[in-house]
Design a protein around this ligand. Structure first.
Ligand code: BGC
Ligand code: ZN
Length: 367
């Protein structure tokens, strides 16, 4: 079967590869689920792997099949599988156990091992192919009524985990009632985090570079958030107008903004960083001032990556609540379909060149 792959370590090596069709019996103990791939989303991670910034092939292969945002239909299940059946729509988690104690409680997303295993990213093939098989433990059902949001389940799981982790960590305060939130970045994670925080009743400012009118702003406003372009209003000017936020979800992909956010957080507040920044940038920060204010204000900085089964479920629940609360908003994130695996060059071109492409995804098969 066809697959879109790269040769890790070799920049711009995206190409078509060939793999045997997997079997439900590839997973022991009747726990296999064979999925026919319908759609796969791609993001900056795929672009950076193709730029050879990170990513590794599975042992025994000189290529890595890309794609970690899956959506498909169950084709066949092993004898021990009960939570999904053939015909169900599903997505699949990304990170796999790598030998840490957290694997034992289904939390490979917080592995303490330096080496991590992620489908389509590191040491395991991804989903940009025609079929995949995996352990039932990692297969998440997507309700039929959310079929139109397909590949957003994975980015939503990352946003859901980030917000959940902040609330967990803020239990240190004994009481925390965040009212004002900033989301920096209005890509898929920023917009989906905006949705989650609005569903939690916060006043949300979604902050990105692009000036209005633009699609990002329209979607944020459909969620009843306020969209701010930093070309018109800087973070500090915004704080002068609306006050310091209780919570900042950082999702720009810019380490500079990640540190700038530290200068505007309110007392007892929390920042959660969600971006992977593959570069080597150095910046200057007002370190004494930040240190002083962070200590005096009991502030918290948290990193959050990936998501486990439970975060997928809570993300999917919020996608569903989002559909009935802000109808037709979320599907507008899905801007750029590419038809067929063989159009991988167009997929990469959109990822690299098209600034207006909010979400690129590949239509692998109909269904
Ligand atoms: C993916 C995560 C993954 C992270 C780091 C992101 O693009 O959505 O699932 O853990 O990259 O590799
Ligand atoms: Zn991703």
């Amino acid at each position: 079967m066809k697959a879109i792959a790269v040769r890790p370590g070799e920049a711009h090596s995206v190409h078509m590869a060939d793999l045997p069709i997997p079997s439900v019996d590839d997973v022991p103990d009747g726990r296999g689920v064979l999925v026919k791939v319908l759609k796969v989303g791609v993001d900056a991670t795929d672009r950076e792997i193709n730029d050879a910034l990170y990513g590794a092939a599975p042992p025994g292969f000189d290529f890595l099949v890309l794609g970690h945002e899956s959506f498909g239909v169950v084709e066949e299940v092993g004898t021990a599988v009960t939570h999904v059946r053939p015909g169900d729509y599903v997505t699949c988690t990304v990170r796999r156990p790598g030998g840490s104690i957290f694997d034992r409680i289904g939390r490979s997303d917080i592995t303490s091992e330096e080496t991590y295993y992620e489908r389509g990213i590191n040491l395991l093939h991804g989903y940009l192919t025609e079929y995949f098989v995996d352990d039932a433990e990692f297969i998440v059902r997507v309700p039929i009524g959310l079929k139109h949001l397909h590949v957003l389940a994975e980015p939503m799981s990352c946003a859901a985990k980030a917000v959940e982790q902040v609330f967990e960590a803020q239990k240190r305060l004994q009481v925390w009632e965040p009212k004002l939130a900033f989301v920096t970045g209005a890509g898929q994670i920023g917009l989906l985090a905006t949705l989650i925080l609005r569903l939690r009743g916060m006043e949300v400012y979604t902050i990105a570079r692009t000036e209005k009118p633009c699609l990002k702003a329209e979607i944020a406003e459909q969620y009843d958030a306020t969209y701010i372009s930093t070309r018109e209003t800087s973070l500090k000017e915004l704080v002068a107008q609306v006050g310091k936020p209780d919570l900042i979800v950082e999702a720009t992909g810019s380490s500079q903004v990640a540190f700038e956010a530290m200068e505007v957080l309110g007392h007892n507040g929390a920042i959660v960083w969600t971006s992977i920044t593959g570069g080597q940038r150095n910046i200057q920060i007002p370190a004494d001032n930040v240190n002083l204010n962070w200590v005096l204000g009991n502030k918290l900085l948290l990193g959050s990556v990936n998501a486990n089964y439970r975060h997928f479920e809570s993300g999917i629940a919020d996608l569903a609540l989002g559909e009935v609360t802000y109808p037709d908003a979320t599907q507008r994130i899905l801007t750029n379909p590419v038809d067929g695996l063989e159009n991988y060059a167009e997929m990469m071109r959109l990822l690299v060149e098209d600034q207006s492409a909010l979400k690129v995804f590949v239509n692998v098969a109909d269904g």
